[in-house]
Design a protein around this ligand. Structure first.
Ligand SMILES: Cc1cc2nc3c(=O)[nH]c(=O)nc-3n(C[C@H](O)[C@H](O)[C@H](O)COP(=O)(O)O)c2cc1C
Length: 191
């Protein structure tokens, strides 16, 4: 069993990554494999609305000269998906939005290729806008017929400087509960 997480932050080893790694700890306790994909440094353009994915139905985006098909392949391989983003102007990062739009459309075009996979969003925030970013990522799961586990709060952690989020006790507890619940769910529904 494997979970792949995407860190949409422009910086590696920052708050979004710290939140994802806290969720990962719970998967690892349950013997669930984890992989972190950094969107930072990758080329991920926006959707061009060509709708070729509905003609090709090959589980790929028709734009072939950037890193999107690598990311879609990772999602396809995994049993569970985590989307992590910092809050940028009260929403997700541009790379995360490109991933949502293009992987989301390819999934729908291919008979909902992530259907019934568990998926969860986590958000790093300095002060405000995190609930909006959280909702944006949850739209990917809900339109894709995926299953979202809950936690003890909405999945966010507060911090500005790198790793500051680790001192947000409630935020880190929320990640622990999320990891526990997602691992529990995966073990129930995946044989
Ligand atoms: C372009 C940009 C926009 C941001 N917009 C917001 C915002 O709207 N609200 C907020 O609370 N923090 C905002 N921040 C702060 C980050 O969300 C915050 O520092 C977060 O912890 C960064 O996560 P990271 O360490 O994973 O990069 C912004 C930061 C950047 C670089």
């Amino acid at each position: 069993m494997k979970v792949v997480a995407f860190n949409g932050s422009a910086r590696k080893k920052g708050n979004t990554e710290a939140l994802i790694r806290r969720v990962f700890e719970e998967f690892e306790k349950e013997g669930i494999e984890t992989e972190l994909v950094q969107l930072s440094g990758k080329t991920l353009r926006g959707c061009i609305a060509c709708m070729k994915c509905f003609e090709d139905k090959d589980r790929r985006c028709a734009i072939n000269d950037d890193d999107m098909n690598f990311c879609i392949g990772k999602m396809h391989e995994a049993d569970g998906i985590i989307l992590g983003s910092p809050t940028y102007f009260a929403d997700v990062s541009a790379e995360m939005k490109a991933l949502i739009d293009r992987a989301g459309m390819v999934a729908i075009a291919n008979d909902y290729m992530f259907k019934r996979k568990p998926g969860a969003a986590v958000v790093a925030v300095r002060r405000a806008g995190s609930i909006h970013a959280f909702d944006t990522m949850n739209h990917f799961f809900t339109i894709g017929q995926m299953i979202i586990p809950g936690s003890s709060y909405w999945n966010m952690g507060f911090g500005l400087e790198k790793e500051e989020v680790k001192s947000d006790k409630e935020g880190m507890e929320t990640m622990r509960h999320l990891g526990e619940n997602m691992a529990w769910l995966m073990k129930k529904i995946i044989e």
